[in-house]
Design a binder for this molecule. Sequence first.
Ligand code: ACM
Length: 263
Amino acid sequence: MRVGYLQFRPRFGEVERNCDRIVELLRGADADLIVLPELPFTGYYFRNRSELRRLAEVPSESSTVERLRDLCRSRGMYIVTGFAEKDGDRLFNSALLIGPRGLTWTYRKIHLFHLEKRWFDPGDLPLEVRRVRGVRVGMMICIDWVFPEVTRTLALQGMDLLVHPSNLVLGHCQGVMVSRCIENGVFAVTTNRYGEDKRPHGSIRFTGRSQIVAPDGGVLARSPSQREELVVREIDPAQARHKRITPRNHLLRDRRPEFYRLN
Ligand code: ACM
Protein backbone atom coordinates (compact mmCIF):
# COMPACT_ATOMS: atom_id res chain seq x y z
CA MET A 1 0.00 0.00 0.00
CA ARG A 2 1.13 3.53 -0.77
CA VAL A 3 0.20 5.58 2.29
CA GLY A 4 0.89 9.23 2.93
CA TYR A 5 0.10 12.44 4.72
CA LEU A 6 -0.52 16.07 3.90
CA GLN A 7 0.95 18.37 6.54
CA PHE A 8 -1.24 21.43 6.14
CA ARG A 9 -2.02 24.83 7.70
CA PRO A 10 -5.72 25.74 7.56
CA ARG A 11 -6.97 29.31 7.79
CA PHE A 12 -9.34 29.49 10.73
CA GLY A 13 -13.02 29.43 9.71
CA GLU A 14 -12.41 29.41 5.93
CA VAL A 15 -13.87 25.97 5.26
CA GLU A 16 -14.29 26.32 1.50
CA ARG A 17 -10.91 27.91 0.92
CA ASN A 18 -9.15 25.24 3.00
CA CYS A 19 -10.97 22.55 1.03
CA ASP A 20 -9.94 24.20 -2.28
CA ARG A 21 -6.32 24.15 -1.21
CA ILE A 22 -6.38 20.54 0.02
CA VAL A 23 -8.04 19.33 -3.19
CA GLU A 24 -5.47 21.22 -5.26
CA LEU A 25 -2.56 19.75 -3.26
CA LEU A 26 -3.92 16.20 -3.50
CA ARG A 27 -4.75 16.30 -7.21
CA GLY A 28 -1.30 14.95 -8.07
CA ALA A 29 -1.05 12.47 -5.19
CA ASP A 30 0.01 8.96 -6.18
CA ALA A 31 -1.26 7.00 -3.17
CA ASP A 32 -3.80 4.46 -1.97
CA LEU A 33 -4.53 6.31 1.27
CA ILE A 34 -3.77 9.87 2.34
CA VAL A 35 -4.21 11.06 5.93
CA LEU A 36 -5.09 14.73 6.62
CA PRO A 37 -4.75 16.53 9.97
CA GLU A 38 -7.42 16.93 12.65
CA LEU A 39 -9.97 19.69 11.80
CA PRO A 40 -8.26 20.75 8.55
CA PHE A 41 -11.28 22.64 7.17
CA THR A 42 -12.49 24.67 10.17
CA GLY A 43 -9.23 25.23 12.04
CA TYR A 44 -8.95 24.48 15.74
CA TYR A 45 -9.15 27.36 18.21
CA PHE A 46 -12.89 28.00 18.49
CA ARG A 47 -14.17 30.90 20.57
CA ASN A 48 -16.94 28.73 21.98
CA ARG A 49 -19.36 25.94 21.15
CA SER A 50 -21.67 28.27 19.16
CA GLU A 51 -18.83 29.22 16.86
CA LEU A 52 -18.02 25.53 16.34
CA ARG A 53 -21.70 24.84 15.67
CA ARG A 54 -21.71 27.44 12.86
CA LEU A 55 -18.67 25.83 11.21
CA ALA A 56 -19.43 22.12 11.79
CA GLU A 57 -21.16 20.07 9.09
CA VAL A 58 -23.40 17.03 8.80
CA PRO A 59 -21.26 14.63 6.72
CA SER A 60 -24.17 13.40 4.57
CA GLU A 61 -24.97 17.02 3.59
CA SER A 62 -21.43 18.32 3.33
CA SER A 63 -19.97 19.70 0.12
CA THR A 64 -16.52 19.17 1.67
CA VAL A 65 -17.18 15.41 1.88
CA GLU A 66 -18.56 15.42 -1.69
CA ARG A 67 -15.49 17.15 -3.03
CA LEU A 68 -13.17 14.68 -1.28
CA ARG A 69 -15.25 11.78 -2.65
CA ASP A 70 -14.92 13.19 -6.19
CA LEU A 71 -11.18 13.52 -5.69
CA CYS A 72 -10.97 9.91 -4.43
CA ARG A 73 -12.96 8.79 -7.49
CA SER A 74 -10.72 10.57 -9.93
CA ARG A 75 -7.48 9.43 -8.23
CA GLY A 76 -8.71 5.93 -7.24
CA MET A 77 -7.68 6.50 -3.64
CA TYR A 78 -8.90 6.87 -0.04
CA ILE A 79 -8.62 9.82 2.34
CA VAL A 80 -8.85 9.90 6.12
CA THR A 81 -9.59 13.41 7.30
CA GLY A 82 -10.35 15.22 10.51
CA PHE A 83 -13.82 16.76 10.46
CA ALA A 84 -15.99 18.97 12.70
CA GLU A 85 -19.11 16.80 12.71
CA LYS A 86 -22.63 17.93 13.53
CA ASP A 87 -25.22 15.31 14.48
CA GLY A 88 -28.43 16.97 15.68
CA ASP A 89 -27.48 18.99 18.75
CA ARG A 90 -24.23 17.09 19.19
CA LEU A 91 -20.81 18.13 17.90
CA PHE A 92 -17.96 15.66 17.46
CA ASN A 93 -14.27 15.99 16.67
CA SER A 94 -14.27 13.22 14.07
CA ALA A 95 -12.15 11.39 11.53
CA LEU A 96 -13.83 10.24 8.31
CA LEU A 97 -12.75 7.57 5.85
CA ILE A 98 -13.76 8.71 2.37
CA GLY A 99 -13.22 6.69 -0.79
CA PRO A 100 -14.48 6.48 -4.36
CA ARG A 101 -17.92 5.49 -3.01
CA GLY A 102 -18.02 8.37 -0.50
CA LEU A 103 -17.97 8.33 3.29
CA THR A 104 -17.75 4.79 4.65
CA TRP A 105 -16.54 5.11 8.25
CA THR A 106 -16.57 7.66 11.06
CA TYR A 107 -14.51 7.73 14.26
CA ARG A 108 -15.40 10.29 16.95
CA LYS A 109 -12.51 11.36 19.20
CA ILE A 110 -13.00 9.68 22.58
CA HIS A 111 -10.42 11.65 24.61
CA LEU A 112 -10.99 15.38 24.34
CA PHE A 113 -8.08 17.77 24.94
CA HIS A 114 -8.37 20.80 27.22
CA LEU A 115 -10.94 23.34 25.84
CA GLU A 116 -12.29 20.74 23.42
CA LYS A 117 -14.26 19.58 26.46
CA ARG A 118 -16.26 22.82 26.19
CA TRP A 119 -16.69 22.72 22.43
CA PHE A 120 -17.28 19.05 21.56
CA ASP A 121 -19.19 16.04 22.84
CA PRO A 122 -16.99 13.02 23.66
CA GLY A 123 -16.93 10.27 21.03
CA ASP A 124 -19.56 7.57 21.36
CA LEU A 125 -18.48 5.01 18.74
CA PRO A 126 -16.42 1.86 19.42
CA LEU A 127 -12.77 1.54 18.44
CA GLU A 128 -12.76 -0.54 15.26
CA VAL A 129 -10.46 -1.91 12.57
CA ARG A 130 -11.56 -1.95 8.93
CA ARG A 131 -9.93 -3.09 5.71
CA VAL A 132 -8.76 -0.54 3.17
CA ARG A 133 -7.22 -2.18 0.08
CA GLY A 134 -6.52 -5.31 2.15
CA VAL A 135 -4.75 -3.38 4.95
CA ARG A 136 -6.36 -3.44 8.40
CA VAL A 137 -6.68 0.18 9.46
CA GLY A 138 -7.49 1.73 12.85
CA MET A 139 -8.17 5.39 13.56
CA MET A 140 -7.47 7.67 16.51
CA ILE A 141 -7.22 11.45 16.83
CA CYS A 142 -4.43 13.53 18.37
CA ILE A 143 -4.41 13.30 22.21
CA ASP A 144 -5.74 9.72 21.99
CA TRP A 145 -1.99 8.95 21.73
CA VAL A 146 -1.60 9.59 25.47
CA PHE A 147 -3.81 6.58 26.16
CA PRO A 148 -1.89 3.46 25.11
CA GLU A 149 -5.13 1.52 25.56
CA VAL A 150 -6.36 2.93 22.24
CA THR A 151 -3.51 1.57 20.14
CA ARG A 152 -3.51 -1.70 22.09
CA THR A 153 -7.26 -2.19 21.67
CA LEU A 154 -6.88 -1.70 17.92
CA ALA A 155 -3.79 -3.94 17.74
CA LEU A 156 -5.73 -6.71 19.49
CA GLN A 157 -8.35 -6.38 16.72
CA GLY A 158 -5.64 -7.08 14.13
CA MET A 159 -4.70 -3.55 13.07
CA ASP A 160 -1.77 -3.19 10.63
CA LEU A 161 -1.86 0.58 10.22
CA LEU A 162 -2.91 3.29 12.65
CA VAL A 163 -4.00 6.57 11.04
CA HIS A 164 -3.77 9.54 13.36
CA PRO A 165 -5.06 12.97 12.28
CA SER A 166 -3.67 15.51 14.76
CA ASN A 167 -3.42 19.15 15.83
CA LEU A 168 -0.52 18.63 18.24
CA VAL A 169 0.59 21.39 20.56
CA LEU A 170 2.78 19.43 23.00
CA GLY A 171 6.19 18.11 21.98
CA HIS A 172 6.22 14.45 22.93
CA CYS A 173 3.82 12.66 20.62
CA GLN A 174 6.14 11.98 17.69
CA GLY A 175 8.66 10.20 19.92
CA VAL A 176 6.02 8.28 21.84
CA MET A 177 4.41 7.05 18.62
CA VAL A 178 7.67 5.23 17.82
CA SER A 179 7.13 3.24 21.05
CA ARG A 180 3.44 2.69 20.25
CA CYS A 181 4.49 1.14 16.92
CA ILE A 182 7.18 -1.08 18.44
CA GLU A 183 5.06 -2.34 21.35
CA ASN A 184 2.10 -3.15 19.07
CA GLY A 185 3.98 -4.11 15.89
CA VAL A 186 2.03 -1.67 13.70
CA PHE A 187 2.60 1.11 11.20
CA ALA A 188 1.38 4.60 12.13
CA VAL A 189 0.79 7.77 10.15
CA THR A 190 0.56 10.82 12.40
CA THR A 191 -0.53 13.81 10.34
CA ASN A 192 -0.12 17.07 12.19
CA ARG A 193 -0.97 20.60 11.14
CA TYR A 194 1.43 23.49 11.46
CA GLY A 195 1.12 27.27 11.82
CA GLU A 196 -0.95 29.18 14.33
CA ASP A 197 -4.65 29.89 14.95
CA LYS A 198 -4.51 33.59 15.88
CA ARG A 199 -7.88 34.58 17.29
CA PRO A 200 -9.20 37.59 19.25
CA HIS A 201 -9.33 35.42 22.40
CA GLY A 202 -5.72 34.14 22.05
CA SER A 203 -3.57 31.99 19.83
CA ILE A 204 -2.31 28.42 19.59
CA ARG A 205 0.69 27.20 17.65
CA PHE A 206 0.90 23.69 16.22
CA THR A 207 4.04 21.62 15.97
CA GLY A 208 4.07 19.89 12.54
CA ARG A 209 6.64 17.05 12.32
CA SER A 210 4.13 14.67 10.75
CA GLN A 211 5.55 11.20 10.38
CA ILE A 212 5.20 7.63 9.17
CA VAL A 213 6.60 4.96 11.51
CA ALA A 214 7.16 1.24 10.83
CA PRO A 215 6.46 -1.68 13.22
CA ASP A 216 10.18 -1.88 14.11
CA GLY A 217 10.17 1.79 15.12
CA GLY A 218 11.88 2.94 11.93
CA VAL A 219 10.85 6.46 10.97
CA LEU A 220 10.01 6.16 7.25
CA ALA A 221 9.31 9.89 6.93
CA ARG A 222 9.20 12.94 9.16
CA SER A 223 8.45 16.51 8.08
CA PRO A 224 9.93 19.72 9.46
CA SER A 225 7.85 21.58 12.01
CA GLN A 226 6.56 24.48 9.90
CA ARG A 227 6.18 23.48 6.26
CA GLU A 228 3.41 22.28 3.97
CA GLU A 229 4.34 18.82 2.74
CA LEU A 230 2.77 15.86 0.96
CA VAL A 231 4.68 12.65 1.67
CA VAL A 232 3.91 9.11 0.44
CA ARG A 233 5.66 5.85 1.36
CA GLU A 234 5.16 2.21 0.36
CA ILE A 235 4.35 -0.06 3.30
CA ASP A 236 4.02 -3.84 3.42
CA PRO A 237 1.31 -4.96 5.91
CA ALA A 238 3.09 -8.34 6.29
CA GLN A 239 5.64 -6.48 8.43
CA ALA A 240 2.85 -5.70 10.92
CA ARG A 241 1.55 -9.26 11.13
CA HIS A 242 4.23 -11.51 12.62
CA LYS A 243 4.37 -9.69 16.01
CA ARG A 244 7.54 -11.49 17.07
CA ILE A 245 10.32 -9.65 18.86
CA THR A 246 12.35 -12.83 19.30
CA PRO A 247 11.49 -16.40 18.14
CA ARG A 248 10.13 -16.92 21.67
CA ASN A 249 8.40 -13.57 22.22
CA HIS A 250 5.07 -12.55 20.70
CA LEU A 251 3.85 -9.01 21.33
CA LEU A 252 0.22 -9.93 21.81
CA ARG A 253 0.20 -13.61 22.87
CA ASP A 254 2.78 -13.12 25.62
CA ARG A 255 0.59 -10.64 27.43
CA ARG A 256 -0.44 -11.60 31.00
CA PRO A 257 -3.74 -9.78 31.44
CA GLU A 258 -4.35 -11.55 34.74
CA PHE A 259 -1.64 -9.26 36.17
CA TYR A 260 -2.99 -6.05 34.65
CA ARG A 261 -5.51 -4.14 36.71
CA LEU A 262 -6.76 -1.44 34.36
CA ASN A 263 -9.94 -0.47 36.20
C1 ACM B 1 -5.19 17.67 20.54
O1 ACM B 1 -5.76 16.63 20.92
N1 ACM B 1 -5.64 18.34 19.50
C2 ACM B 1 -4.00 18.15 21.22
